[in-house]
Design a binder for this molecule. Structure first.
Ligand code: CDP
Ligand code: MG
Length: 697
């Protein structure tokens, strides 16, 4: 084990110097290594690197339409800048300061932190909004955190976002699909609202290219002519925050199983290295839960040294109590091990991390317009991400990063930057949102990074088949407008609308609520057999969607009991969330004139409604090899039913899936059996070319 590592050193420079900015400030920051445990909140704020730039930031926001702030994670961008703005009067006379984040968990975490720093109740002066959860007050909230997706929704009611004086688009380097759309739209809004100020902030950004994006050629010409107020060329401010080296260790040979390697490395650090918390980067709930189980077992058998470990998962969908544990200080004599998804890379800062273990992977969305398949893939991260991850170890004092890949791989094979999400996603949701905002020429839209024309055409085709767009690619009335109004993916929205006609809206709304959360099952953690048995109690021959209905019924009959959930391996918090989302969907449905109606036991109607939304995801059984091989009807891609599905090994002839995940194969998650003849009924255009195919009829 001792030879496992080949120590090397690399000082990750997290911010490249920019010489092209209008204003460039730089100073190195060195924090005391005493930690933050015993100082007042005001002192903590003053110690953050952005504090030194308070005056500069306020000056730039006053003078420039757009300010780009680049600063390392933990330097205080997200929590401090909105407060500086508020203190300087940007939230006076009923105006609101907005700060967007790509991730919901980050929205909740930073909003509660800022409320705490300001000594106010969350939901009043400081609030937040994420989909299906609005903890803000239109009269009181002056600083509002929200996902960029929610900001897009707000544009549908208020296209110029008039209530906001400053909008800070945070984590811009993540280049999430919604961030890119928001940036394109804000650039348009700025033309109409010269008083609006934008701050674009991120941990690493190609500040120059972002700056060029906001500086169109027309503006450049205008600038050459006369002095304008506010100045239109963006200002760039660089906040340098890290003062500590991170020693990088690489593995000598590629590891076969990164979960096992991560666990061994944590134990090695715990045995050999001085106190300090450990942050492990894995990819998603599955491998995080697997790692926790393995680590708990190995730590137990490892004896006394490992008894001081506090092992915590970090992924979206955690409850508030679980989040609090992550952020609370580590008790003396203990060592926290946080096993996280990408979320801890830049969105959240955890105090006390001294060691980072980087698997080199993250879950990423990939879309292939040729096969029309989008799935979540565990894929290698970029060098930029690897540097960010390493940087998490050096906040308080010199740290160490253990990379579970070779140095040779890092140097020669890792890509420099990730690909913006818009260039690797299915664009159905994106297109409908732009259409709903009146942007008709989508190919000509001013994108920070252009999506491929093929993906665009695929999206238009699906939306046409869904009856959402007409021949002129305009939203249809009423279906198109209704689908755009429902804050869910267009396929789910269409499924809800169809359920109204079919008379099963009560059931479909429950299904839609369940599909919009990650999982209602309790993660098995070593009890796979019991979990499978629990699933069998609810399993419906039709598939997962109908199984959800059985669970929902059982939950109601139990009087919404947490004990009942526990007994059946169902996640009680997830069920509570389902109930909340269901209530909200019910309200939206009523507003759209959908009358809630149950089809009682007529499950065929439910399956038809699912088909009306998800026809594009239809697959047919091809062979019984490997537990049942399917092919997508449209693209002939090989897919398999995920082992977590109740239809695993049942293998109906024709199925529809909700989403795909890819590991060794492409797996369908949430699967329902259908009658193939329904496909040409609900989507004749989409399946036209397949008419000759005998299995469709
Ligand atoms: O946005 P940026 O990464 O630059 O930093 P931030 O999120 O504003 O965090 C600044 C500091 O606030 C962190 O270093 C933490 O010390 C603290 N913080 C915290 O203790 N708890 C949170 N939920 C968020 C921030
Ligand atoms: Mg931040």
């Amino acid at each position: 084990m001792a030879q496992f590592w080949k120590p090397g050193t690399e000082k990750p420079r997290l911010v490249e110097d920019e010489d092209g900015g209008v204003i460039f400030l730089s100073s190195s920051y060195s924090s005391s290594s005493s930690g933050y445990g015993y100082v007042s909140i005001e002192k903590q704020r003053q110690r953050l690197p952005v504090y030194k730039y308070r005056t500069a930031i306020l000056y730039l926001v006053e003078s420039y339409a757009t300010t780009i702030v680049v600063g390392e994670t933990g330097s205080g961008k997200t929590t401090q800048i909105p407060q500086f703005l508020k203190e300087a009067g940007w939230a006076d006379s009923g105006r609101v300061i907005a700060c967007t984040q790509p991730r919901r968990l980050a929205v909740q975490a930073v909003a509660s932190r800022v409320a705490e720093e300001m000594g106010v109740k969350l939901g009043e002066e400081v609030g937040y909004t994420i989909r299906f959860e609005d903890i803000s007050n239109p009269d009181l909230t002056r600083i509002k955190f929200l996902t960029d997706g929610v900001l897009l929704r707000e544009m549908m009611d208020d296209p110029l976002l008039t209530k906001y004086s400053v909008i800070m688009v945070d984590e811009a380097h993540e280049r999430s699909i919604s961030t890119d759309i928001v940036l394109g739209l804000l650039k348009k809004i700025q033309k109409r609202r010269p008083e609006l100020r934008l701050i674009i902030s991120s941990a690493t950004i190609e500040a120059k290219s972002m700056s060029n994006f906001f500086l169109s050629s027309k503006r450049r010409q205008a600038l050459e002519g006369e002095e304008l107020r506010p100045r239109l060329e963006p200002a760039i401010l660089s906040v340098e925050g890290r003062g500590f080296n991170v020693q990088i260790h690489y593995v000598e040979d590629p590891v076969r199983d990164y979960v096992q390697a991560a666990v061994s490395t944590v134990l090695l650090i715990n045995d050999k290295e001085p106190p300090g918390d450990i942050l492990v980067f894995l990819t998603g709930q599955d491998d995080i839960d697997a790692a926790i189980k393995l680590l708990t077992e190995e730590a137990r058998s490892n004896g006394k040294n490992s008894s001081g470990l506090i092992i915590l998962p970090l992924y979206s969908g955690l409850t508030r109590a679980e989040q609090d544990l992550i952020f609370s200080p580590t008790p003396k004599g203990k060592r926290k091990v946080v096993i996280s998804t990408n979320i801890a890379e830049t969105s959240l800062t955890l105090e006390g991390i001294v060691y980072v273990v980087d698997s080199g992977f993250s879950k990423q969305r990939f879309y292939n317009p040729i096969s029309d398949i989008e799935n979540l893939v565990v894929a290698p991260i970029s060098k930029a991400s690897a540097r960010q991850r390493a940087g998490r170890a050096g906040r308080l004092r010199p740290g160490m990063c253990y990379r579970l890949y070779t140095e040779e791989y890092f140097l020669n094979e890792m890509s420099v930057q990730g690909i913006p999400e818009i260039q690797r996603s299915n664009l159905v949701s994106c297109v409908i949102q732009l259409k709903a905002l009146g942007i008709d020429n989508i190919l000509g839209f001013d994108w920070p990074a252009s999506p491929s024309p093929e993906s665009m055409i695929r999206a238009l085709e699906v939306l046409f088949s869904l009856g959402v767009l007409d021949d002129d690619a305009k939203l249809t009335s009423p279906v198109g407008f209704q689908v755009a109004e429902i804050p869910l993916e267009p396929m789910i929205a269409k499924m809800i609308l169809s359920s109204n006609e079919l008379g099963c809206s009560d059931e479909i709304i429950t299904i839609a609520a369940v599909l919009s959360i990650q999982s209602i099952w309790f993660s098995a953690r070593g009890a796979q057999k019991e979990l499978d048995e629990a699933k069998l109690r609810f399993a419906a021959a039709e598939g997962d969607h109908v199984t959800f209905l059985n669970i929902y019924k059982g939950f109601l009959q139990s009087g919404r009991s947490s004990k009942w959930c526990h007994k059946n391996f169902i996640n009680y918090h997830a069920m509570k969330k389902v109930m909340e989302i269901r209530e909200q969907l019910k309200r939206i449905a009523l507003r759209l004139g959908i009358v809630l109606k149950s089809c009682e036991t007529e499950m065929q109607l439910v399956r038809k409604a699912v088909t009306a939304g998800f026809f594009a995801n239809a697959c047919r059984l091809e062979a019984y090899s490997h537990g049942g091989m399917y092919k997508t009807i449209r693209g002939s891609q090989e897919v398999y039913i995920h082992p977590s599905s109740v239809l695993f090994r049942v293998n109906p002839k024709c199925v529809i899936y909700h989403s795909l995940v890819s590991t060794d194969r492409q797996y369908m998650r949430n699967v329902i059996s259908i009658d193939p003849s329904w496909l040409t009924e609900v989507a004749p255009h989409f399946y036209q070319q397949q008419r000759h195919n005998p299995t469709i009829h």
